[in-house]
Every structure is written in structure tokens, then in C-alpha cells.
Write a protein that binds this ligand. Structure first.
Ligand code: PLP
Length: 455
């Protein structure tokens, strides 16, 4: 690399540093003006190339102001984690390495860091020591991968090789989900040929937890999809009871645990997930609560043979195979980025205690936000045990007005949802960057807007 290239990267670092600094003071939402200027980045493909420094300058000057400030401390939309400094920096270095993590021969370091980060996650979250993990793009693909392993296992037990023969003529598989199942699980089920509408839905309680007393009797090949961390309330399905009942009839239990499984990193919150270690597969996100840059998630399967059987595909002479299995034999993709690098750096920089503290801090901030809004006279709709808060500002129209005005105001960003027929503001505290001051500033902006009906 010549000096010109290095100076371009230095320039990118300086611009990125200024960008992160600006998040303290700029509105969280991009202004209409900033979005208007995006036209400068579009238009037809230029005939002649431009100087890379000019390209970077244009991207920063026009692009940065048009971003949503979700990397800052006052973004509470969806479930969006920040990017820890070590994870972000490692991600840049890994970008320069440009490794393909498909097979070990392409990048021994990518394979070693994936393996190490997965072992650390498995241990920190108290999953069975023999469970096999794999990095994927996010929780949707982790659900797909875990459920593909489930499909393989329950049909293999029924004497059917689903990877070779497909689902045509296969024994029927019963699939059970909770009434509050996340849409990504339904998407995964549809992609796997199970059908979104063919599932048995078990009623849930007022927090969205599957009611174990309404769990159906199962027979034949069956898969149960449970949830750790409802996307609205943060509630957990009763893992111990569900696993016991499902396993009695030989069913596979898969947990969609995008952010909820991280509660296990905290000694104070592990109780929320009691019994989840008895499941057969778990899907988690790393870009949510581990706070690595997008995109990153992981699947863990108690008996990795099933994941490998579902994902390995047919051999090709030019692709190495190994006894233990190459990384690509456990995931849907072939070529893939080295996601283990960012996850390794996040975990190495946090340590076990830092990870617990990250989870606990977000939960404390959520509880503080809930109590400030409750003290302001507004109704909190969920039990705030985790990092999620649902607030109603009186009636649905008023709540919608407050959400829209908060987004426009730009002090913070909160989205909306409908929970059991009531429109609610959703607040998700998922970033290392959020401070108590961010919570207080955001709560006072929300309360100011809620009390001023002219906004
Ligand atoms: C419970 C749950 N499952 C699945 C997902 C989908 O995750 P991803 O967007 O990483 O695919 C989410 C995202 O918010 C979630 O909260």
C-alpha cells in the first residue's frame, strides 16, 4: 500500500471521529434539508472515475448529515445496538484484511476468531458446552439456520432425509409458535417450506409470554418455536415448562432470543431465562446487545450434527472439507465476511463483567425512563424487567401525535407499535453509548412534547 492509500484511510478515520462527536449535539433524525441534498450522491453512473479523496469527501459531507443518529446514546427505536469502540475499530481493520470466512484455508484467522468468539458467547450465556455455534447476518438468518437444523433432526428421526428429498411426500411436521411470535420466525418457517399459516399458535398472556397451560399435546415430528425477549415488552416464554412438555413428546425446541438471551450475561437477570439452556437451538443477534457493527448474529445448536447436515450442501472438488466441518458447512452462505473479528474485539474489550454491566446498564436506563414517564402521568403498558418500555399518552391519536413530534424534535428517537389493541411508544435501550444524562434529556423532551398539544 502506498502513502496515498494510507492517507485516505487516515482521512476516513478523522471524518468518522468527527461524525461520532457530532452525535452528541446534532438531531437524532436527519433534517429534511439533509435528505434533500442526497440527490448529489445519486444520478447516473459517472462515465469517468473520481479521485478517491473526493469520493470520501462527498460521502461524508452529503451522506453523514443524512444518517439516522442510531450510533449515539439517544436512539431508542426498534432494537438497535450501538457499536462498541473496540468492535468498530476491529471492524475497520477487518475491512482492510478483506478476509473470506467460508473455509479455514481462505482465512485461518477468521476461523480462529469466529471459533473463539462463539465459545466465549456460549460460555457467557450459559449454553451447553457442546453446542455448536455459527455466525450469520442476524437473527432472521439465525432463526432460519436453527429451524433448518430442527427440520433435519425431526425428519431424520422419522426416517426421512429432507435435504436430499425435500418436503414433497415427507411426513407432516407440526410447528408450534406463540401468539406473539416474531415475524422473522414466520419468515424462516415460510422459507423452510413449513408455511406461515400452517402453524399452531398458542395463546399468550398480557406480557406476550406463551401460556404453558394452553400448550398443545404433540405427537409425530414436531418443532416448538419459543421466544426470549418479546420485541415489544421484552418478556420471556416460560422456558423450563415449555422444554419439559415439548421434550416429553420428542419435539425440538428452538428459541428466538435475538436480544433476550443476552440477559444471561448478567447474574442479576439470568433468572428471566431459567430453563432456556434445555432447548435444542437458539438464535441471537450480535448487532443488538453485543453492540458490534451491522450485520451480525449467531445460531447455536445443541447437537451440531443437525446444523451441519442442514447447511453443508453437496461437496465440490475445489472446496476443502475437514473432519470437524468448515465454517461454511454450518451456515446458509458460502463467501462471508469475518464477523467473528468484531465479536471477538467486543468481548475482549468488555470481559465477562463488562458484558454483564452493558446489559444491566441498559436495563437500569429503561427502568429510569419508565419511572420518569410514569411520574409525568403516563401509563407504562409492560413490566419493565429488561430494556423495553411501552408508553401510552392517553389515547391512540395522542400517542401517535407524541411519537411523530418526538421524532421531529430530534432530541431522541422512539418508534411506535400497537400492543394488545393500544397504540404505544416503544423505547428500547440497547446501546453502550446511552448515559443517564441521555435518558434524562430524552424523558424531559418526551414529557415537554406530550404536554404541549400544539406540537
Ligand atoms: C425477537 C426478535 N426476533 C428476531 C428479530 C430479527 O432480527 P434481525 O433484524 O437481526 O434479523 C428481532 C429484531 O428486532 C427481534 O427482536
Amino acid at each position: 500500500m502506498d502513502g496515498g492509500d494510507a492517507s485516505l484511510l487516515n482521512e476516513a478515520a478523522a471524518r468518522a471521529g468527527r461524525y461520532l462527536e457530532s452525535l452528541r449535539t446534532r438531531p437524532v433524525s436527519p433534517t429534511a434539508d439533509a435528505l434533500e441534498r442526497l440527490g448529489a450522491l445519486c444520478g447516473p453512473l459517472p462515465e469517468r472515475g473520481e479521485d478517491p479523496a473526493q469520493v470520501l469527501r462527498l460521502l461524508d459531507e452529503v451522506g453523514s448529515p443524512a444518517t439516522v443518529g442510531s450510533a449515539g446514546g439517544r436512539y431508542f427505536g426498534f432494537v438497535i445496538g450501538g457499536a462498541l469502540p473496540a468492535a468498530l475499530a476491529a471492524n475497520w481493520l477487518a475491512g482492510a484484511w478483506d478476509q473470506n470466512a467460508a473455509v479455514e484455508a481462505m482465512s485461518p484467522i477468521a476461523a480462529r476468531l469466529e471459533e473463539t468468539a462463539l465459545a466465549w458467547i456460549r460460555e457467557a450465556l450459559g449454553l451447553p458446552p457442546g453446542a455448536r455455534g455459527a455466525f450469520v447476518t442476524g437473527d432472521t438468518m439465525a432463526n432460519l439456520s436453527g429451524l433448518a437444523a430442527a427440520r433435519h433432526a425431526v425428519l431424520e428421526a422419522a426416517g426421512w432425509d429432507v435435504e436430499a428429498r425435500g418436503l414433497f411426500g415427507a411426513p407432516a411436521v407440526s410447528v408450534v409458535v406463540g401468539e406473539e411470535v416474531h415475524v422473522s420466525v414466520l419468515k424462516a418457517l415460510a422459507l423452510l417450506g413449513f408455511g406461515r399459516d400452517r402453524v399452531v399458535r398458542v395463546p399468550a398472556d398480557e406480557q406476550g409470554r406463551i401460556r404453558a397451560d394452553r400448550f398443545p399435546e404433540l405427537s409425530g415430528p414436531s418443532i416448538v418455536c419459543a421466544q426470549a425477549g418479546n420485541v415489544n415488552t421484552g418478556a420471556f416464554d416460560p422456558a423450563r415448562e415449555l422444554c419439559e412438555r415439548a421434550h416429553r413428546s420428542g419435539a425440538w425446541v428452538h428459541f428466538d432470543a435475538a436480544f433476550g438471551l443476552w440477559a444471561r450475561a448478567s447474574p442479576d437477570r439470568r433468572r428471566l431465562t431459567a430453563g432456556i439452556e434445555d432447548a435444542d437451538s437458539w438464535a441471537i443477534d450480535a448487532h443488538k446487545w453485543l453492540n458490534v457493527p451491522y450485520d451480525s448474529g449467531a445460531v447455536f445448536v445443541r447437537d451440531g450434527r443437525h446444523l451441519r447436515a442442514a447447511m453443508a450442501g453437496a461437496p465440490a472438488a475445489y472446496l476443502p472439507r475437514s473432519l470437524e466441518g468448515e465454517p461454511m458447512e454450518y451456515v446458509p452462505e458460502m463467501s462471508r465476511r469475518a464477523r467473528g473479528v468484531d465479536a471477538w474485539a467486543a468481548l475482549r474489550s468488555l470481559g465477562r463483567s463488562g458484558l454483564a454491566d452493558l446489559v444491566d446498564r441498559c436495563c437500569r436506563h429503561a427502568a429510569r425512563m419508565a419511572s420518569l414517564l410514569r411520574a409525568g402521568g403516563y401509563r407504562i403498558l409492560n413490566e419493565v424487567d429488561l430494556n423495553q418500555v411501552l408508553v401510552s399518552f392517553g389515547n391512540d391519536d395522542e400517542t401517535r401525535r407524541v411519537i411523530a413530534a418526538v421524532q421531529k424534535d430530534g432530541t431522541c428517537w422512539c418508534g411506535g407499535t400497537v400492543w394488545h389493541g393500544t397504540t404505544a411508544m416503544r423505547i428500547s435501550v440497547s446501546s453502550w453509548a446511552t448515559t443517564e444524562d441521555d435518558v434524562d434529556r430524552s424523558a424531559s423532551a418526551i414529557l415537554r412534547i406530550a404536554s404541549d398539544r400544539s406540537l
